[in-house]
Design a protein around this ligand. Structure first.
Ligand code: SAM
Length: 278
C-alpha cells in the first residue's frame, strides 16, 4: 500500500508555534523532503530528531518529485517541509501534491503557521472574501498585467513581498489602486519585532521612502469600493423590475436585483411592481 505525503508547516518566526502534531509527524515519517536541508536540519536538531532528509526545492522538482513519488508508492511516508510556513503556498509542494493526487497517493495537510492567514486575521480589513496574490512578478509586463487585472477587485487582496522590493511595490499599488486605499503592512509576524501598520497606500509609500524596510512583509490591501448605486427614479426602477419579470425572473428575484443595482428598497419595489400589474 502507498504511503502518505504529509504537508508539514513550520514556524514563520516563533518556535513555540510547533504543535505536538507537527512534531509527531516529523518524528514518525520515514523521510523528510525539505526546501533547504540545512534550515530543516536546524529544526530537527532543535527537536532532537534524526531523520533521512532529501532535497525538494524550486529548481529540482522535476528530478526530485518523481523520486519522492516512487518512494511514496513503495509504501514510505514523507513529511514535506519548507524553510518557514505552509508548503505549497508560494513555496515548493504544489506540483508534488498534484502528482500524488494523480497517482492516488494520500496527501495530508497539517494545519499550522501560514503568513498569509496570520496577516489577514490581524489586518483589521474585511476577511469575509479575500484573494491571495502571492509575489508580484519582477517582469514589468507581467507585473502590470497582474495589477491591471486587480483594479476593480472588491475582495481584500494579500501580497507577499521581500523588503528590498517593498518601496517599488507600494508605488505600483498607489498607481493602480490610488493613494487613499487602506493597507495593513504586517511585518515580522510572530517574531520579536512584529509590527502591523494600518494606513493608506499613499502614507505607506511615504513612510517607507523615509526609512528602509527591514524584515519580512505581508501586504493586506483593501478591495475596491462598492460602485455608487445608480441614480434612478422609482418609475424607471419599477419598469426595470417588470422587464426582468417579463424576461422570466420571479417578481421577488427581479425586485431584489433592481434593489441591489439601485439601492432602493426591495420590498417597496416589489409592492409597486405588483401594483403596476406585474
Ligand atoms: N509558505 C509560506 C507561508 O505560507 O507562510 C510563505 C513562503 S514565501 C516564500 C515567504 C514570504 O512569506 C515572505 O517573503 C513574506 O512575504 C511572507 N512571510 C513569511 N514569514 C513571515 C513573517 N514572519 N512575517 C511576515 N511575512 C512573512
Amino acid at each position: 500500500m502507498a504511503g502518505t505525503l504529509y504537508l508539514v508547516p513550520t514556524p514563520i518566526g516563533n518556535l513555540g508555534d510547533l504543535s505536538q502534531r507537527i512534531i509527531d509527524i516529523l518524528s514518525e515519517a520515514d523521510f523528510i523532503a525539505a526546501e533547504d536541508t540545512r534550515v530543516s536540519l536546524k529544526l530537527l536538531n532543535h527537536l532532537g530528531l534524526k531523520k533521512p532528509l532529501v532535497s525538494y526545492y524550486r529548481h529540482n522538482t522535476e528530478t526530485s518529485g518523481p523520486q519522492i513519488l516512487a518512494r511514496l508508492l513503495s509504501g514510505e511516508s514523507c513529511a514535506l517541509v519548507t524553510d518557514a510556513g505552509t508548503p505549497a503556498i508560494s513555496d515548493p509542494g504544489e506540483e508534488l501534491v498534484a502528482q500524488c493526487a494523480e497517482a492516488g497517493v494520500t496527501v495530508c495537510a497539517i494545519p499550522g503557521p501560514c503568513a498569509l492567514v496570520t496577516a489577514l486575521a490581524v489586518s483589521g480589513l474585511p476577511t469575509g472574501r479575500f484573494t491571495f496574490e502571492g509575489f508580484l512578478a519582477m517582469n514589468r509586463k507581467n507585473r502590470a498585467a497582474h495589477l491591471e487585472s486587480l483594479r476593480g477587485e472588491r475582495r481584500t487582496m494579500i501580497f507577499y513581498e521581500a523588503p528590498h522590493k517593498l518601496c517599488a511595490t507600494l508605488d505600483d499599488l498607489v498607481h493602480y489602486f490610488g493613494p487613499e486605499r487602506r493597507i495593513s503592512l504586517c511585518r515580522e509576524l510572530s517574531k520579536l519585532h512584529e509590527q502591523v501598520l494600518r494606513m493608506t497606500l499613499g502614507e505607506a509609500a511615504d513612510y517607507y521612502r523615509q526609512q528602509p524596510p527591514k524584515g519580512e512583509f505581508v501586504l493586506v490591501v483593501e478591495g475596491a469600493p462598492e460602485p455608487e448605486p445608480e441614480e434612478i427614479s422609482w418609475e424607471d426602477a419599477v419598469e426595470r423590475v417588470l422587464r426582468l419579470r417579463a424576461d422570466g425572473l420571479a417578481m421577488k428575484a427581479a425586485a431584489r436585483q433592481v434593489s441591489e443595482e439601485t439601492g432602493l428598497s426591495k420590498n417597496e419595489l416589489y409592492a409597486r411592481a405588483t401594483k403596476s400589474g406585474g
